[in-house]
Design a protein around this ligand. Structure first.
Ligand SMILES: NC(=O)c1ccc[n+]([C@@H]2O[C@H](COP(=O)([O-])OP(=O)(O)OC[C@H]3O[C@@H](n4cnc5c(N)ncnc54)[C@H](O)[C@@H]3O)[C@@H](O)[C@H]2O)c1
Length: 391
């Protein structure tokens, strides 16, 4: 990080807020304070995390001139209002995905970022695995050839227990889509970004496999019908007719965070598994090989993000630290490659909306505007700049 964006406020004090706090420190910046759901919780968490201050509410953080960047790490339904307030207060914002729970709100936020000239970044952090960058570099060099099929899954099991509930289950607090918006959105962002494609239409079916869950966290809370999906099966198609398939589940026993994709090209294929991020599988008709992360080999972006020697595992927290460092560099006027920003959050909201619409109509459904369907083929990839991905 170069010039002065060193002060962060973190809004929300749950799981991902803790990851943000570590990433801010890892990126060489300072967490000035946290905003929690209550001043009491804020004070407790600040003490636990070794953070000097807890703000009684968001407005106090926004009034603090030592805060340059506000990290929004709250339940989805709060993102749009809190991020907009922070942008309008002149802060740069890192807003957790989904940027908003509707396309209209996501578009409005992107417009506010544009109007205020502040950074709005969205943590699609799987882009920051060094070997993801390696695959992308090889795509851009034309190594794989024309896409034949793009497929994969994102599987978890933490919603298998019928007693598990929380704000994600409630459409008012979490948004109308759960499994797809929560994790399917990561897969789509990653595959579109790595493969250089845009899915222009989707055909989706959603399943709620656990029909009732407790209405709240309080012990003995009555059970209520679940209105968000536990699983999704999605067919995707680019404007050029390349097919994709995606299986999303939060009810697959034994699967913890298995984001997995395979990109099959006319010449060769690539496989990435988020739970085994130190290697990728590369296949050709003659045979396959496993490539290991190595800061001494491969693409410049792989080398940049490979901060440990080969064989010394890097993982999710390293991705987050690199993402935050890049976001701060962008706030400082830099242009790091592949930083997920407002346009990517809007794009994701459009995919979520199309999946929901398709699951209702049972028909192929276009994703957002026609211009959104623009794709970048391997042949044109080398001359493309990140701006060409803009929504
Ligand atoms: N980018 C990623 O890889 C990634 C991973 C996990 C979660 N997330 C996103 O992060 C967000 C939070 O998820 P989580 O798993 O940390 O949830 P969580 O339930 O663990 O944390 C949410 C926190 O927000 C707090 N909160 C609620 N209302 C608040 C308010 N008005 N002001 C301040 N704090 C408030 C809650 O008390 C809780 O501590 C979600 O939007 C989720 O989609 C992103």
């Amino acid at each position: 990080m170069s010039r002065g964006y060193k002060g962060a406020a973190i809004v929300g004090t749950g799981m991902i807020a803790g990851v943000h706090a570590q990433a801010v420190r890892g990126a060489g910046a300072t967490v000035r304070g946290v905003v929690a759901s209550s001043p009491e919780r804020g004070a407790r968490v600040a003490a636990e995390w070794g953070i000097p201050w807890s703000y009684p509410q968001l407005e106090a953080a926004l009034a603090d001139e030592s805060v340059d960047v506000v990290h929004i790490c709250t339940p989805n339904g709060l993102h749009a209002t809190q991020a907009e307030a922070a942008l309008r207060a002149g802060k740069h914002v890192i807003c957790e995905k989904p940027l908003a729970t509707s396309v209209a709100d996501a578009e409005r936020l992107a417009a506010v970022a544009e109007e205020t000239g502040r950074l709005l970044a969205v943590p699609f952090v799987y882009r920051y695995h060094p070997l993801v960058r390696e695959i992308r570099a090889r795509v851009r060099a034309g190594e794989f050839g024309a896409w034949q099929l793009l497929h994969g899954s994102y599987l978890q099991d933490w919603m298998l227990d019928a007693d598990t509930t929380g704000w994600r289950v409630d459409p008012e607090r979490g948004g109308p889509s759960r499994a797809f918006a929560d994790i399917g959105s990561h897969w789509c962002d990653l595959v579109e970004w790595v493969a250089g494609v845009r899915f222009s239409e989707v055909s989706a079916r959603l399943a709620t496999t656990v029909p009732e869950r407790p209405a709240g966290d309080a012990p003995g809370a009555p059970r209520t019908p679940v209105r968000t999906e536990d699983a999704a099966a999605v067919l995707l198609r680019t404007a050029e007719g390349v097919l994709g398939t995606l299986t999303v589940s939060q009810v697959s026993a034994g699967r913890k965070n298995r984001l997995w994709f395979e990109l099959d090209g006319a010449g060769s294929s690539a496989v990435f598994d988020q739970e085994q991020p130190e290697t990728v599988w590369l296949g050709t008709p003659e045979g396959a090989r496993v490539l290991a992360r190595d800061p001494g080999r491969g693409s410049p972006e792989q080398r940049r993000l490979a901060t440990l020697p080969a064989g010394h595992p890097q993982g999710y927290a390293d991705c987050f630290r690199a993402f935050v460092a890049d976001a701060y560099a962008a706030a400082d006027g830099g242009a790091p490659d592949g930083l997920p920003v407002a346009a990517d959050g809007v794009r994701s909201a459009r995919l979520v909306e199309a999946v929901l619409e398709s699951s209702r109509s049972l028909a192929w459904t276009p994703v957002g505007k026609a211009a959104d369907a623009m794709t970048m083929t391997a042949a044109t990839a080398t001359s493309a700049t990140p701006k060409e991905y803009a929504v």
